[in-house]
Design a protein. Structure first.
Length: 305
């Protein structure tokens, strides 16, 4: 008898493989440590930020090993005991939370820099505004997101109700989407802020304009939809796997589009946006998420007890 969950299992395995491989690549390319200080006066803060991020990446790498091993096991047989599944998920979630917490040094340093910029007349209002969005994104990703992940890990216990577990899973998912919207929007704003670049960079290269609009407005819409789905699920006590699939698919397509747009339309001027998205984006593994989201579009709802 064919396994009706096979497409979903393949999607999970593909996403876990990408999660593992991108994290492994990040650990094997450590020459980026201190990169932003090269050719300039040595800055200890940058070295501390990079070392802290690297330490966090090690925790994510362990999480990736556990995740891919567990999904391979799930691919061959069902996880019979829910307690075992919850323990595995809890471990992965805690390790992922530690990874994001490792970025908090950057949030602290940049927050203090922002305070200095606000009181400095040398810096333009546009620069301070753009940098503010970036700092907010750093605070969300390195403080709010880890807190949400740790609470979710605490809820992953057989003693807690399924309603509580699903609620916090959706909250974490919403915070993830919010983080990527803020972070990628701030990078785009930094890219076009200099007068030498400006909006001409978007109008000259159509794929850049599409990426800009998808980032600022498309991801915002996805964030709002994720928050709406979370609220609706908690109130109705009905989990729509299709709605969750839309969120997962939308998030994955965001990463996949921005990657493929450079591959297939490589006639645009290389910029800070592509330097970040292609060269320093450890979350680029999410381009595999459409393989998870698509099968979920054909799954049924279920009632929370």
């Amino acid at each position: 008898m064919p396994d009706k969950n096979l497409p979903f299992k393949i999607g999970l395995l593909s996403a876990a493989s990408a999660y593992f491989l991108f994290t492994l690549h990040a650990l094997l390319t450590l020459e980026w440590i201190g990169e932003w200080s090269r050719g300039q006066t040595f800055r200890l803060t940058i070295l501390i930020e990079d070392i802290s991020a690297t330490a966090g990446t090690i925790f994510r790498f362990v999480a990736a090993i556990i995740a891919i091993a567990s999904i391979i096991y799930y691919f061959t047989r069902e996880l019979q005991k829910s307690n075992r599944l919850l323990k595995i998920l809890r471990t992965v979630v805690v390790l992922e939370g530690i990874y994001w917490l490792g970025l908090s040094t950057s949030a602290i340093v940049d927050s203090s820099r922002l305070i200095g910029y606000i009181g400095n007349s040398r810096f333009s209002l546009s620069f301070v505004g753009t940098f503010s969005v970036y700092v907010i994104a750093e605070v969300v990703e390195s403080i709010i997101l880890p807190i949400a992940l740790f609470i979710f890990a605490y809820k992953l216990n057989a003693r807690n109700s399924l309603k509580s577990i699903v609620k916090w899973a959706l909250i974490v998912g919403t915070v993830y989407v919010l983080t990527f919207w803020l972070l990628n929007s701030s990078i785009w704003l930094q890219t076009i802020r200099p007068p030498s670049v400006g909006f001409a960079y978007l109008t000259t290269y159509p794929q850049n304009l599409v990426s800009f609009l998808v980032t600022l407005f498309g991801m915002l819409a996805l964030t709002i939809y994720a928050a709406y789905t979370t609220k609706k699920t908690v109130v109705s006590k009905v989990v729509s796997l299709r709605a969750i699939g839309v969120i997962v698919l939308g998030l994955g397509m965001f990463f996949l589009w921005n990657y493929l747009s450079w591959v297939f339309f490589d006639f645009g001027k290389y910029s800070e946006w592509y330097a970040w998205f292609l060269g320093h984006n450890v979350d680029l593994w999410m381009l595999a998420l459409p393989l998870v989201g698509l099968p979920m579009l054909f799954m049924d709802k279920f009632k929370l007890e």
